[in-house]
Design a protein around this ligand. Sequence first.
Ligand code: G6P
Length: 369
Amino acid sequence: EQIEKGGYDHFMLKEIHEQPNAISDTYRGRLLADKGIIKMGSVDNNITKFLNAKRIIIVACGTSWHAGLVGEYLIEEFARIPVEVEYASEFRYRNPIISKDDIVIAISQSGETADTLAAIKLAKANGAFVFGICNVVGSSIARETNSGAYTHAGPEIGVASTKAFTTQITVLSLIALKLGNLKGELSNSKFNNYLQELKLIPSKVTEVLKINTEIEKIAAIYKDAPNCLYLGRGFNFPVALEGALKLKEISYIHAEGYPAAEMKHGPIALIDASMPVIVIATKKGHYEKVVSNIQEIKSRKGKIIAIVTKGDTVVKEIADHVIEIPETEEAFTPLLTTIPLQLLSYYIAVMRGCNVDQPRNLAKSVTVE
Ligand code: G6P
């Protein structure tokens, strides 16, 4: 097992560090930035269905559901196709309205989640075209879907999903950009700029991974917090949800993720000097508004850990801690902002003596209801 961990203390840490390569593997052969092309056989072969889709419904569970939410923002932004994101467990039992003009995208790392599989069967029975985004090759979901794209992240052993999440977002980015360009929503020049920027993501992830000692210090300060709040807006709202889920899963600290602007409708009541609040405040994503949320937290004495764009000076003045990420297109920031949140949860869990790779009561893949 030590050999399989490749010198890391835990599979989770290894998988966090594998992300630059995993993301490159996801777009290898697909993202042909120099030619200005995204090549995806499974999308190309069904392109009429995709271009004529009236609606895309994404079904998933857990972390994959969070990737689906990022997918909603990406597909609506670039391709202008309406997207709904559903928990597979709700979708399968609530008699959803599904038509032949709908595309259902099922996202699953393992490809074995029972609820997601049942949602796929229901969608197919109602005539929808079902596209899978899976990591495990030959899995039940990969076989059950009409078509699909693998994430090629490699085996994910840690129960808390890390590289599966970022590679799922990578596949969704490729699909959204490709459809956007083909539908004429994204001009060739904008499309090309996005491709060039996407190509730089793995090296930027590597850069973020280098700040792990800083994150370890922050973890040492907050490891005994009973609660934690995660805030983000736009593309980073799902990242806030995912950050909170990671902390809950492996450190057993109660954490909630919220869209930053919703703070005033509830969570603000919880903020006092003992409440760490992790805020994603990158430059382009509704920055000014998030800064005013940070001020509101500060005036209630909450402790602020902010994820900011490199060179930020405003948030640095107010926050207790800042973690810098390199600049990128706003739509791609989830691929970077997620990394420090994974590391923060990891270090907190280790410091609390938790079983990081196999947290209590959780399974890597939930194959029963
Ligand atoms: C379990 C795992 C999570 C995962 C979820 C969905 O809860 O512990 O890490 O996100 O299932 O799994 P899937 O394999 O369908 O992505």
